[in-house]
Ligand binder design. Structure first.
Ligand SMILES: Cc1ncc(COP(=O)(O)O)c(C=O)c1O
Length: 394
């Protein structure tokens, strides 16, 4: 008889869940840097700016005022109210504070949603290239990811017709991520309306991950699906947070807003897992949302300059092709002309050019590479010079 020690002991639901293939590369990049190699790292999934000073001060004050105890599971009332007000203003759909759940990062919000809404076998539509954590989260909730590829020729935007074709009686949820990690694609209002119409017709739930909504660069503009078609608001959970907008990735505050019964169910799950997100971080997030927004504008200006420098530079290199992303801080570059898998090329760039980027495989899109421009212009220029040399020597 196999005991828990002779069998793996690991729960079966983890069979589809493995650490991201990109992590090995990131770990290698770190090890090389530690060993003194001059690594240029364009893998960052977070802004390189400090958290704005007034936000930091709010966190420090929270500690000094001993606001260091448990809070209500779903978040302090002032923060839930501020989030509801912000969402109501920005989305043009009314949200009550009770419809907001504050969690330990938007990743935790998404985890709670899938746990609350997936039954075994439920299909969850995810458009590829996708953010790496969506499929594992769906599997962990007992659901089945249904991946629909998008095309470079269409700007990696979700095609309503492709969605319609992929639907089965088991399809329950559609995940949207605009602006997208990794492509930076921003979904336009017309396309959102068409997807909303399908959701209404086929009784689908929508999850709209809008974590990069404030990092959008003219002429692109962010539109939420609930703004494009308010009739889907009662079947949509909007996800956002302070991580990217206010350079607060380490503070771990994200939130979800949507229909009351779903938010209540997610809150119940959270009550038995993490309880409230950190009290100090919640008060810092409150300051971020209600204070001056100058830091966001400054960061956006810097990102536009870096994006333009990086994308223009990549497109000058033989064998690379890269569209200008409308949002987020990633350039999504076609490397298929280089004649090897993106994982192989990424490993070679790391070894031979000391350049770290993330290959497309983990995002469900081989043949592409994700370059983060959440780094200085100097690093971007250095990366481009190294790539030019590497390509020249092939
Ligand atoms: C598309 C997307 N959604 C959600 C998250 C999670 O954000 P947080 O750091 O708030 O958990 C990220 C972070 O990389 C992301 O890129």
């Amino acid at each position: 008889m196999a005991t828990h020690l002779t069998s793996s002991g690991i729960a079966e639901r983890l069979q589809h869940v493995e650490s991201s293939p990109t992590l090995a590369l990131a770990a290698k990049a770190k090890a090389l840097a530690k060993a003194g190699k001059p690594i240029v790292d364009l893998t960052a999934g977070e802004p390189d700016f400090p958290t704005p000073e007034p936000v930091k001060q709010a966190g420090i004050q929270a500690i000094q005022k001993n606001q260091t105890r448990y809070t209500p599971v779903a978040g302090v009332p002032e923060l839930r109210a501020a989030i509801a007000t912000t969402l109501t203003q920005q989305l043009g759909v009314a949200y009550q504070p009770s419809q907001v759940l504050v969690s330990c990062g938007a990743k935790h919000s998404l985890y709670n949603i899938f746990q609350a809404l997936c039954n075994p076998g439920d299909e969850v539509v995810i458009f590829a290239p996708y953010w790496v954590s969506y499929p594992p989260m769906v599997y962990l909730a007992g659901g089945t990811p249904k991946i629909i590829s998008t095309d470079e020729a269409n700007g990696f935007l979700p095609e309503p017709d492709a969605l319609r074709r992929a639907l089965t009686p088991k399809t329950k949820i559609v995940v949207l991520n605009s602006p997208s990690n990794p492509t930076g694609a921003v979904i336009d209002r017309g396309r959102l309306k068409a997807i909303a119409a399908i959701a209404l017709e086929r009784d689908l739930i929508l999850i709209s991950d809008e974590i990069y909504d404030r990092l959008v660069y003219p002429p692109a503009t962010h539109v939420s699906i609930v703004t494009a078609e308010p009739r889907v608001a009662d079947r949509t959970v909007v996800v956002n947070g302070v991580s990217k907008t206010y350079s607060m990735t380490g503070w771990r505050i994200g939130y979800a807003a949507g229909p009351q019964p779903w938010i209540d169910a997610m809150s119940d799950i959270q009550s038995h897992s993490t309880s409230n997100p950190t009290s100090i971080s919640q008060l810092a997030a409150l300051a971020a949302l209600t204070g001056g927004q100058e830091a966001v504008a400054e960061m956006r200006t810097a990102f536009v300059q870096r994006r333009d420098r990086l994308v223009a530079g990549l497109n000058r290199l033989h064998g690379l092709r890269c569209a200008v992303p409308g949002g987020a801080f990633y350039a999504w570059c076609n490397v298929s002309a280089l004649g090897a898998s993106s994982e192989t090329i990424a490993a070679r760039w790391l070894d031979e050019a000391h350049l770290a980027v993330v290959p497309g495989e983990g995002f469900g899109a081989p043949g592409y590479m994700r370059f983060s421009f959440a780094t200085s212009l100097e690093h971007i220029d250095q990366a481009l010079r190294r790539l030019e040399k590497w390509i020249g020597q092939r």
